[in-house]
Design a protein around this ligand. Structure first.
Ligand code: ZN
Ligand code: ZN
Ligand code: FE
Length: 753
């Protein structure tokens, strides 16, 4: 029999044709394979059982970087042809083939890297069809060398021979190169003067680290700053120069064995660490971990990642110890990715620069993930994941949609047919440079995936730069999506669930329909619409944004609401401004009302003396979670008013904290009882809403659910009550997931029209 097979997904530039070629040869089948605009097409002829075997192995043994979305077959008439060949590509046509994500150095390349007899022995840019840079070097499509930042490197004869040989692992590997023809390393001093060239570069770079200095390293998606992770002085130096006071640094270790010396590594966590995506994995840190205190002050978890470029492998080998590897920027600015920019902005931070001459086209930060209940939970979806599409459930989109995302942790998302292309982590859209990279990123994605959005979804907050961007676009249908509805829709899309459910969106802040700031929301939602069915009782945020930076202000607002305004440590510590802030809250001066769950956690953190002021987003809540004693299972209770909208009294929880503390309560126990109290309240509201509506599926979303203690307690309580609970996995629960939710909502409304 002879059949035509079409394979769709990420199947170009990943060694799919040579794989098909060798599979057909192995099975003795005739025919050919080629690329076209939609993916890969195969004509295959032979005895029916063998053709069946071919189809099975096609998916089972596909190359590591291939992501097969769909295989379709149709029957042809036999033509008795013999032999199998790779057909030339058809030029032109519509661009539908997908660019793959960057992928960590594969085992074959690592073996060559370590083999003195190999012509790429010790070469820091070794790669093949199964690994190496992709998204970060692509300037345009189709994905071909001239349209990548490898264009300026002409292949030598040896590389060209590999590139053109269908039997070779480097057949059509666009970034293929070697010592003769590819990029080269250099070590620069802080002024940008070259101080070392091959072969002394790596030992010299390692000496920078082992002597306690700061090394800037050009990576895949941008520059990193590195120091010796065992040196308190070096880590403190990096913090001081980078103006990053407390936010934990990630640590790179050579392998899983080394990771186990720092952290507890479960089987799932191990699979995340070693995956070709190579994210930063948050792991429970061991007391014995040889990591200096200033690397991740006051945290139970440590962000750990394994090397993902040959340069990382070589650098770690030369250094012989774990290194801090943090984004190359000053405090909250975007990560540097061009050489000139890095030298200028990092010149005052780094003592030396480990650089090379392959340009980075797309700035892409490291991704951050953790394991939750045997699944991956992505907290920042960027390098290694992007631009791989997310498959959307339900009917295909009627028109292409752009979701512009939120303000903080911005991502955007393009949806077309049944695919959503979520962008890399753009960052906080508060400064011009980040906004520039947002607009440039949107244009880049539109070109790469040939998507011209006709529907544009945006947040309701009029001051978000992403909202303003949407409102200025000509000739598109605009869809405003409420922030917490977008969170819940994002969680639904993440889980391919599109039925009506109860959505619990707990986060910092989001623009509400009534002009107040929402953030502790219970929604009766489907993809197209929602009603607000419950929320945390709103309290004033004295000073607006100042109350986000200073959790003690939220303590003042909550204590006032609870009628507990005296004789507490938090008041004594902030006595100078306490009364003024209280007066402000009572008069409603510059004190918007908020139902934010994040602010409730802030208030409790301040009351417990965890933190009165924060130095990075979410710090007070993170430290409150760290403080909590996980062995404590009981929790505080709070009142709930059951009108049309269920109102949950957060001030009852704050009052319980105060009572417990003045009774001599142990802070870790109090912190745990507060967490459990919030989980209890969520479960009770969901039970009320189920009784009213019959809905028994709950989606949990919003940045507050990055709190693992709260999340696990909430899931356990809901499941014990018989709910099906949806949590995030493929996209972040924080605002980084908003853009996908916006696309899902806009698409659902567009479909209903
Ligand atoms: Zn490889
Ligand atoms: Zn070469
Ligand atoms: Fe949010």
């Amino acid at each position: 029999m002879r059949i035509l097979v079409r394979v769709e997904g990420v199947v170009q530039g990943v060694g799919f044709r040579p794989f098909v070629y060798s599979l057909a040869i192995r099975l003795g089948l005739a025919g050919h394979v080629g690329n076209d605009s939609a993916g890969v097409f195969i004509e295959i002829e032979g005895p029916a059982p063998v053709v069946g075997e071919f189809l099975g192995l096609l998916e089972a043994e596909a190359p590591p970087l291939a992501r097969i979305e769909r295989v379709t077959t149709s029957t042809l008439t036999d033509n008795g042809s013999a032999g199998f060949f790779i057909a030339p590509s058809e030029p032109g046509g519509r661009r539908q083939a997908l660019v793959s994500a960057d992928s960590a150095t594969c085992a074959d390349c690592l073996a060559e890297l370590a083999d003195p007899g190999d012509r790429r022995f010790g070469y820091p840019f070794i790669n093949c069809t199964n690994c190496g840079p992709r998204f970060t070097i692509v300037r345009d499509v189709p994905y071909d060398r001239p349209l990548t930042t490898m264009a300026e490197f002409a292949m030598c004869a040896a590389c060209k021979a590999e590139y053109e040989d269908p039997a070779d692992r480097r057949f059509h590997a666009q970034p293929v190169c070697c010592t003769e023809c590819g990029p080269a390393l250099r070590l620069l001093d802080a002024a940008g003067t070259s101080v070392d060239g091959a072969p002394g570069v790596l030992p010299a770079a390692a000496r920078v680290l082992t002597s306690g200095q700061v090394l800037a390293v050009k990576g895949l998606g941008g520059y990193h700053l590195a120091v010796d992770a065992g040196s308190a002085a070096a880590a403190a130096l990096l913090r001081a120069r980078k103006h990053r006071e407390d936010k934990p640094f990630a640590v790179m270790v050579p392998d899983v064995t080394a990771a186990r010396e720092l952290c507890a590594v479960t089987a799932v966590a191990e699979s995340l660490l070693v995956s070709g995506r190579r994210p930063i994995v948050l792991l429970p840190r061991l007391a014995s971990a040889p990591v200096a205190e200033p690397v991740a002050p006051g945290t139970r978890d440590l962000g750990v990642l394994l090397p993902y470029t040959p340069l990382h492998h070589l650098l770690l080998r030369a250094t012989g110890r774990p290194i801090v590897l943090t984004s190359g920027n000053v405090s909250d600015e975007p990560i540097c990715y061009s050489d000139a920019d890095a030298l200028e902005r990092l010149g005052g931070i780094a003592d030396a620069f480990l650089v090379h001459d392959r340009a980075i086209h797309m700035r892409t930060d490291d991704s951050v993930v953790r394991a939750f209940r045997g699944r991956e939970m992505v907290l920042r979806r960027s390098r290694g994941y992007v631009p791989e599409p997310l498959r959307l459930g339900g009917a295909p989109l009627r028109r292409p949609v752009l979701g512009c995302g939120a303000e903080l942790k911005n991502t955007f998302c393009l949806g077309k047919d049944s695919r959503a292309f979520m962008s890399h982590h753009v960052g906080d859209l508060e400064n011009y440079e980040t906004y520039q990279s947002f607009t440039a990123g949107v244009e880049h994605f539109q070109r790469l995936f040939d998507i011209v959005p006709e529907v544009v979804a945006h947040d309701l907050h009029p001051e978000y730069l992403s909202t303003k961007y949407a409102l200025e676009l000509p000739d598109v249908s605009l869809v405003g999506v409420q922030h917490h509805h977008a969170h819940i829709a994002s969680c639904m899309a993440d889980n391919s669930f599109d039925g009506p459910l109860i959505g619990v969106a707990f986060d910092g802040t989001g623009y509400g329909l009534d002009g107040t700031i929402w953030g502790g929301e219970f929604l009766l939602a489907d993809l197209a619409s929602f009603t607000r069915a419950g929320y945390l009782d709103p309290v004033p945020m004295p000073g607006g944004a100042a109350a986000i930076r200073q959790p003690w202000r939220m303590a003042a607002a909550y204590l006032d609401r609870a009628g507990l305004a005296e004789n507490l440590d938090v008041i004594r510590r902030n006595a100078a401004s306490w009364d003024a802030v209280l007066a402000m809250a009572r008069k409603g001066l510059n004190s918007p009302l908020t139902s934010s769950a994040g602010r409730l956690f802030d208030a409790v953190a301040a009351v417990l003396g965890v933190r009165d002021e924060i130095r990075y987003e979410g710090q007070a809540a993170v430290e409150l979670e760290q403080l909590a004693d996980r062995a404590v299972l009981d929790g505080y209770s709070c009142a709930m008013s059951e009108g049309d909208e269920v109102r949950v009294s957060g001030s009852d929880l704050v009052a319980a904290v105060v009572r417990d503390m003045s009774g001599g309560g142990y802070r870790p126990v109090v912190a745990a009882r507060f967490h459990n109290g919030v989980a209890n309240a969520i479960a009770r509201v969901c039970a009320v809403l189920r009784a009213r509506t019959g809905r028994d599926v709950v989606a949990l979303s919003g940045g507050v659910f990055q709190n693992l203690l709260l999340l696990s307690r909430t899931v356990a309580l809901l499941e014990a009550q018989g709910f099906r609970v949806l949590v995030h996995s493929r996209v972040p629960p924080n605002d980084g997931g908003i853009s996908l939710g916006q696309v899902a909502v806009a698409a659902a409304r567009d479909r209903d029209q």
